[in-house]
Design a protein around this ligand. Structure first.
Ligand code: PMP
Length: 366
């Protein structure tokens, strides 16, 4: 970006551009790993009535510590993972991006992650004054535990980020490897941050089950994906209560509005209905993967609600644009020769595959 000379922008920010996938209109929006299923009318009504009730006291600040919502989130995780967390082990904020920012603010200085992964990790690190090291993966983007351990031992970062299932590849890291990482990181006093934004789409046990054994492990989750609640902006953290105490130091006062807190509590009470969508999306993912393979493409194994694929002969930006011309918006994640598609409704998936097969057929004819 170019800035006017009079603007006292921080030198380390001046070279950056704002993050964000293009928000353009499309018939099939499959670019930001959102959940395609809108809330049911029962859920909409329940949220509206909860919001009406809290609106009566909007002259007052919200519960600064979001105690009831944190207790509900603990209950949700305990039911999923057979854990025994209380509210003191949970922090909640405006999306998991804010959770990640708070982790940098509280523990930053140095952080390491394994690229390619969620591109906001290094960006939020930079904005919050943490130096970031890009750790290596295998050439096929799979996670290499031995290489990871040696990079961690050399760098000894305060924070090590591991996304599982990984975005944009969809790969899941086995729990045994997470335990090994947490032990090595714990030995020199670092924290392992496991970003489980897509955990509900995976069959692997959650890393939350290791927290009672290792206080050096913190797990970031979100209601944006499986819960189909991206618009409400609710992310959370499960960790040892001492980690949560540090979050209190860096949070802004009253950071989570009472409207958000009450809407999120209603959504959690509808968890069975909302999570039913996850099963449909996993089935959709398996179908779309087979169809992509049927088109002669290569698909990385995914345990999330998206697929990373390659094997087309045009450039990724060209295929991306042609799909958009067909009304289908997917994501060019900046990996040469690869594109990422979010699993949508059956109709959206169908439209994506139909458009792509047309584009590939036209490619062959040339
Ligand atoms: N972590 C990962 C791995 C993600 O892919 C995303 C969103 N794409 C986030 C965190 C942030 O999600 P949110 O802020 O909506 O909770």
């Amino acid at each position: 970006m170019t800035w006017p000379t009079w603007l006292p922008i921080r030198k380390d920010l001046a070279e950056l551009s704002p993050y964000g996938a293009p928000q353009v209109r499309a018939e099939a929006t499959l670019n930001t790993n959102e959940n395609p299923f809108p809330p049911s009318s029962d859920l909409v009504k329940a949220i509206a009535s909860a919001v009406e009730e809290v609106s009566l006291s909007l002259n007052r600040y919200p519960d600064r510590d979001a105690k009831a919502l944190r207790a509900d989130l603990a209950g949700y995780i305990n039911a999923l993972s057979a854990t025994t967390f209380g509210a003191e082990s949970v922090w909640v904020a405006n999306g998991s991006n804010e959770i990640i920012q708070s982790l940098f603010l509280a523990f930053g200085e140095s952080a390491l992650g394994f690229t390619p992964s969620y591109s906001m990790h290094p960006l939020i690190a930079k904005v919050s004054g943490t130096s970031w090291f890009d750790g290596k993966r295998n050439p096929d983007f799979s996670f290499n535990i031995d290489a990871a351990l040696s990079q961690i031992k050399v760098r000894r970062p305060r924070l090590t980020f591991l996304t599982t299932p990984n975005n944009p590849t969809g790969e899941v890291v086995p729990l045994s490897q997470i335990e090994t990482l947490a032990n090595v990181i714990g030995a020199f006093g670092g924290l392992l941050v496991v970003d489980e934004a897509y955990a509900e789409f995976s069959e692997e046990k959650s890393a939350v089950t290791l927290i009672s054994k290792s206080p050096h492990l913190v797990v970031v989750r979100t209601m944006s994906k499986a819960f189909a609640f991206a618009g409400a902006r609710v992310g959370y953290l499960l960790a040892d209560p001492h980690v949560i105490d540090a979050m209190f130091l860096v949070r802004l006062p009253y950071h989570l509005s009472s409207l958000t807190q009450s809407a999120a509590r209603v959504a959690i009470s509808f968890k069975d209905e909302l999570l039913a969508g996850v099963t449909k999306l996993v089935q959709g993912r398996n179908r779309v993967s087979e169809e992509l393979i049927g088109l002669g493409l290569t698909v990385l194994p995914s345990s999330a609600n998206f697929l990373l694929f390659t094997g087309f002969s045009q450039s990724a930006p060209q295929v991306w644009q042609k799909l958009l011309d067909h009304g289908v918006l997917i994501r060019d994640v900046g990996l040469s020769g690869f594109l990422r598609v979010t699993i949508g409704s059956d109709a959206e998936n169908f439209q994506f595959i139909a458009a792509l097969s047309e584009i590939l057929a036209a490619e062959e004819k040339r």
